[in-house]
Design a protein around this ligand. Sequence first.
Ligand SMILES: [Zn+2]
Length: 206
Amino acid sequence: MNVFGRVKTSINTREAAERYGVEVNRHGKALCPFHNDRNPSLFVDDDHYHCYACGEHGDVIDLTAKLFGLKLYEAAQKLAYDFGITQDKPPDKAMQEKQNRKSEAQRLRENEKLCFSALLEYMKLLQEWKRLYVPRTPEDKHDDRFVEACHNLDYVEYLVDLLIMGDSYERKEVIEMVMTDSKLQKLQKHLKKVRKEEKHIGEQEL
Ligand SMILES: [Zn+2]
């Protein structure tokens, strides 16, 4: 692997940006150093950066070249030097960290799938309940399912919206929130119970 490959596979763009003085906030946003930026428009991810205002974008080597006015090869050399990556000494630690991040990203994607399918199923169920069990007359006792739908539907729709339309940080926050305190497991259990009950009712009606 040449110096470009070694640098790209072992150095995180965000870490390099921070090391070279670009302050990246927890949403991955920073004040863009390539134009006169007043609100953070630069988005810095693990393997690239992009400015939503001036359009600058690239990988860790492009970033370093732009910041220091270097040629790409010089920028790669600088990164290799600054992050201790040499040809004869493979960047074990850097490589390991990169792999850990990768598996973390994978885990996040898997969790996102689980959260999304459970929330989507719950949302459809609540929408159906709200329609089916709405009290028809003022004297009707409120059905528990209708009450549950009234309590939870707006919020669940909001979470599903965020998972569909939100940026990666909003989605991550939703996933983390749903994964804490075994909320997801409780929801899955609830859905399973409902499915079982509905199947039972279906059988009775036959
Ligand atoms: Zn910019």
